[in-house]
Structure formats: structure tokens, C-alpha cells
Design a protein around this ligand. Sequence first.
Ligand code: SF4
Ligand code: FES
Length: 374
Amino acid sequence: MTDVDGAVRRLLDNTDDLLANLEQAGDDASRSVGVRLRASVVGPLQQAAGTPAAHDRADHDMPPSSEPAGPASSGSGSAVQLGDRLWELARAATELRCQQLEVPELGEAAAALQDLALGLADPSAKESRVAELAALQAGAAQQIQAVPDGPFLVTNPERLYDHLGVPIATRPLMVLCRCGESGIKPTCDGACHRIGFSTAKDPNRVPDRRDSYVGQSVTVLDNRGTCQHSGRCTDRLASVFHLGQEPFVTPSGGRLDEIVRAVRDCPSGALSYAMDTAQAREQVDYAGQREPAIEVSKDGPYRVTGGIALVDAAAPTWPATPARRGSTMRCAGAGIRRTSRSAQGCTGTSTSPTRCPTRRRRRPSSSGAAGCRR
Ligand code: SF4
Ligand code: FES
């Protein structure tokens, strides 16, 4: 057994001890912490240890948590003691994760423990604990990793906003729900494992292919496999970008500056343009000049600006190298789809028209590669 394997086992054992205490306590708050620990910590750690059968990955007999864990009297004695025990686990898991970046499940467990520990921390201790966790991750660039069949793991997020632009409190390591079923969105509460969320690519996803629409002064380039269906182009420049019509783009319908702005504003990077055969790819996402930020759109995808790296879960870099710009990623609200037809994420084909804004924008008959427009 390697040192890392041993450390994962110890973490699992310590978490199991705490779970036993919480079960003894039996109050609602302890139960809520226990549910989260089982789904978001024990399950991922078992995955990391290669022993998924040793415990249930999620507690199927327990309902999902519907709110962040509140103060628990708990079998560990008091809310303060519980917070301290969670803090020890969070610190150990974070240290471990920093040594094993290529194991996203370790990051998932560490992020959940950070969230629980900081959520229960005494206000006087909270700031120093955040600083300590940040120091453990010092030197790490902001980056987003997609955990297989799980959440997005975000390292060192600086700015996280809701759809109204209101800042959301960040942790040094966060897990953002992408199945849509979390009771504490945008944070993942482990529901993804309970429902069997799969991130496998849909074989019928929209192909990753670029189409060209030639105009007199500019050629608009569009990749349907990348589009995240924000509807910005069709909403803001309907004379050029046509919802549910062919051709999708008529460059002659707008001024050059309007088209350039539409390309820059496209949150997914699906749009680009070329003049005199030279593609102005660097203009996407305002050439990466916007502040790095993640916006949790209402019942829709995450909007990522400022060149935050999206890295392969199995091969992360540390610090992260710049990756795709202006990407947005799948549905954070509906949670109906288990797979995506888009090459990168959101398909706009949620079966919940009341929860997915993209769906409301699209023709009811539109689906799949051929019909999908926005
Ligand atoms: S993501 Fe799709 S719908 Fe949104 S602006 Fe870009 S091309 Fe248009
Ligand atoms: S609850 Fe984990 S990804 Fe949604």
C-alpha cells in the first residue's frame, strides 16, 4: 500500500468514525451532515481508494439534504466539536488532494469537507481556516475540472455570481452541481451519485463541426456542437442570427461592429468570424480580457468568462494552463438529462420547459443535431 493509499484509508476511517457519532446523535442536523458526508465524501474516497463496493456510494435510504447543514449538537459533543472534527478532515483531504491532482474524487471529497467545515466554523476561526486552506493550494491557478459522473470541481474560484450579479461566497475548493438535483445549488450535495448521473457523451450529440456563413465584409463561423444555447445572439441581433430558421446566420443583416460584438458576447465560443480569410478567434470572450468569473445562470448553464481553464479531470495541470475561452457548461438547473447532446455541454433540450430558459427559446420540435439551433 502506498503512502497515498494509506492516507486515503485513514481519511475514510476517520470519516466513518465521525459518521458513527452522528448516527448516535440522531438529530436532524447531525443526520443532514451524515447524508452529505456519505454521498460527497465517503463515496468519492472509496472511488479514489478503488473500493466502491465497500460502502454504499450514497445513502439510498436517506432523503437528499435540502439545505446546508446547520449547527448540529451531534454525537461528537457540540456543534463546535463537530466543526473542529470536520475541519481536521477538510485539512487532511485538501493536503491529500494537492498531492493527487489526477484523482478528481479526492478533490470532490476535499471540497465537500471544506464546505461543511467552513459552514460550521466559529466565525472567529473561519477566516484563518480559509487562509490555511488557500495556503495549501497556493500557486494553483483557477481551474475547473469535470468529475466523471459528478460535479465541476473548481480550484481557487475568485468570483462567483448568481444570475443577478450577486456574489456567492466561495471556498478555496468548490464543487458545482451539474446534474441539477442538488438541494443546495450551486453546490453539489452528492445527489448526482444517488440518482446515477452520467456524464457519458450522448451518441446523438450535436457534431463538433464548424459552419461558415459568408458575407460581403465578414464571414461568420459557427459550431453547433459548442453552442450552449444562451440565446444571446438571436435575442440581441435577430437580423443576423435567426432562431429556428435556415440559414442560421445572414451576415448581411447587420453591421460589422454588431457582428463582432455578438461574437465577443457569445459565452460558449461557438461563434467566431473571419475577414479576408483570417479568423479572429482571439476576439472570442473579449480576448480573455474580462475578469475571471463564473456566473450561475438561472436554471441554466454556468457562464465562465476571463479564460478560466477547463482541464481534463484525468490530467490536470498545476498551475493550470490557459484553456478554452468563454466556455459555458451544461445545465445547472433542470437535472433531467443524464447525458448531453452537445459536444461540450448544454443541449438546450431539457425536458423541463419551466426550468430551462434555453428550452423556452427553442422550437418544441427542435432536437438533435439537425434541428437544434438555439
Ligand atoms: S452560445 Fe449559442 S445561442 Fe448563445 S450566443 Fe453563442 S451561438 Fe448564440
Ligand atoms: S448534486 Fe452533484 S452534480 Fe448535482
